[in-house]
Unconditional design. Structure first.
Length: 134
């Protein structure tokens, strides 16, 4: 049985991070659809089944290049979200000792110690200097 499945999957793209994400979202939407009133339940259920079908289409696809490109875009997007929330988490942990400012030109986040009064901040990324009170 294992060999038959392996032979069937040969030359197919298989499971990747985007397919996993789509599968989890569709299962979550299926669970949510169970608690909705009747008219909306059917629409949400159909949307969840179509989404799950999309995940299986990706898994069984033979177009490696297109699936790889889609997965790479998803991973870049997911990394941007993780970086943004990671930065916010770090800022929250360090809020007692540091103040955070955005550079007016390049928008990068700069960290300066609290309680130093009015200081001149120089952005390490673009070299722009500006004054702020800490």
């Amino acid at each position: 049985m294992k060999q038959k499945f392996a032979k069937f999957m040969y030359g197919r793209y298989g499971l990747d991070e985007l397919s996993k994400f789509i599968s989890y979202v569709s299962l979550l939407v299926l669970v949510v659809s169970m608690f909705l009133p009747q008219p909306a339940k059917m629409i949400v259920f159909i949307a969840a089944v179509l989404t799950l079908g999309n995940a299986y289409f990706r898994i069984f696809s033979k177009n490696f290049e297109k699936r790889r490109t889609e997965n790479a875009k998803f991973l870049r997007f997911r990394q941007r979200i993780k970086d943004r929330f990671g930065l916010r988490r770090d800022m929250w942990k360090q809020r007692k000792e540091f103040r955070f400012f955005k550079c007016p030109s390049c928008k990068s986040v700069l960290r300066v110690p609290k309680g130093k009064g009015r200081i001149r901040i120089v952005c390490k990324k673009c070299g722009t200097a500006f004054e702020k009170k800490t």
